[in-house]
Design a protein around this ligand. Structure first.
Ligand code: ADP
Ligand code: MG
Length: 322
């Protein structure tokens, strides 16, 4: 064992073997974390193991060997965790939409009150303050609409141009973009509209753009947003391709393989790990595709997300529902 998997010695697995020898008692380990050097590299990979050490006895009762059997249960464990999180998420979603509801009503009142106050303000300075308050308030309204309401189904699909969806999404981030010195590069070549749930697609764009800004954490950089018409060759469908790219820090292979998992975040308390999970779900329900490429090579690090949406996304959904 020491020869086959030397890396487990300092994790106590060999000491445990010695103990089984001495006591003659079998040992059963469940859901045991183990770090293994796999794929011939030195880097240790975290796995989860169910294992048994069963002593073999001679006729005189002495222990002459140990049968060791281990089963890698990492994937099963992970699936179980995702299931649990999905249930939690449904509860979070319900909570979020009720919070959005609660916030929206007073927000509307305050917006109306400020509007009235602005009209009757005598002093020019007061008028200006109220104008600023109004703009900030509009931002809050946009945020509750964009982030909290994702749970609620949009009422009806609409025919919308991708460029106008990008416009309204970027508008929400205007403040953050200029504060962090990010340059926005736009190119719109998608002319035909898509039939989709507008709010949901804006939600996806908002998640991608928010992440892109996060990845450049205040060091300037470029945010590239493009739209064009394209064909998804695997199914032979025409649609719109939206690209959101950044010159941020990029992702490690491990991160890139896990970004669509619920609650996966590298942002600690500042992240929810829900953005991409929700986004992928929305795109899937529009019969589209969400893909990413990323690089951490210095001087050209960055990430590119592409979202493909077929022109008739929702008509297809209706057919599926029938
Ligand atoms: N543009 C990007 N550049 C680098 N990393 C990203 C980018 N977009 C997403 N990620 C990674 O994916 C993780 C999950 O993203 P997301 O689901 O939106 O959750 P959150 O933003 O709350 O962390 C992020 O924590 C980050 O590590
Ligand atoms: Mg995010």
């Amino acid at each position: 064992m020491r020869e086959a998997v030397p890396e487990v010695e300092e994790q106590g697995f060999i000491a445990l073997l010695d103990r089984v020898y001495q006591t003659g008692e079998p040992f059963i380990g469940r859901d045991t974390p183990i770090r293994l050097a796999r794929h011939g590299s030195d880097e240790l990979e975290e796995r989860t193991l169910d294992f048994v050490y069963q002593p073999m006895r001679e006729a005189d009762g002495s222990v002459s060997g140990i049968i060791a059997l281990g089963i890698d249960v990492t994937e099963a464990k992970r699936a179980e965790k995702v299931l649990l999180q999905t249930e939690k998420l449904a509860a979070v979603g319900r909570l979020a939409s009720s919070i959005a509801h609660e916030i929206n009503n007073p927000l509307e009142s305050v917006t109306n009150l400020i509007y009235l106050a602005k009209g009757s303000a005598i002093n020019a300075e007061t008028k200006e303050y109220l104008g600023s308050a109004e703009i900030e308030l509009r931002r809050v309204a946009a945020i509750t609409n964009q982030t909290l309401r994702f749970h609620r189904q949009s009422t009806a699909p609409q025919l919308t141009g991708a460029p106008s969806l990008v416009d309204s999404t970027l508008a929400i981030y205007q403040g953050r973009l200029s504060n962090t010195g990010v340059t926005v590069l736009r190119r719109d070549r998608a002319e035909q509209s898509i039939y989709c749930f507008e709010g949901e697609i804006r939600q996806v764009m908002s998640n991608l753009i928010g992440n892109a800004i996060d990845a450049m954490h205040g060091t300037g950089g470029k945010l590239i947003v493009r739209t064009r018409e394209a064909t998804l060759w695997s199914v032979g469908k025409r649609g719109v391709l939206v690209t959101v790219a950044d010159t941020g820090h990029g992702m490690s292979n491990d991160t890139a393989s896990r970004v669509f998992e619920p609650f996966f975040t590298t942002k600690g308390m500042n992240g929810t790990g829900l953005g991409l999970w929700v986004s992928e779900d929305i795109v899937k329900r529009h019969h589209g595709r969400l893909k990413l490429r990323t690089s951490r090579i210095s001087n050209r690090s960055g990430t590119v997300f592409t979202m493909f949406l077929p022109f008739d996304a929702i008509i297809q959904r209706a057919q599926v529902l029938e």
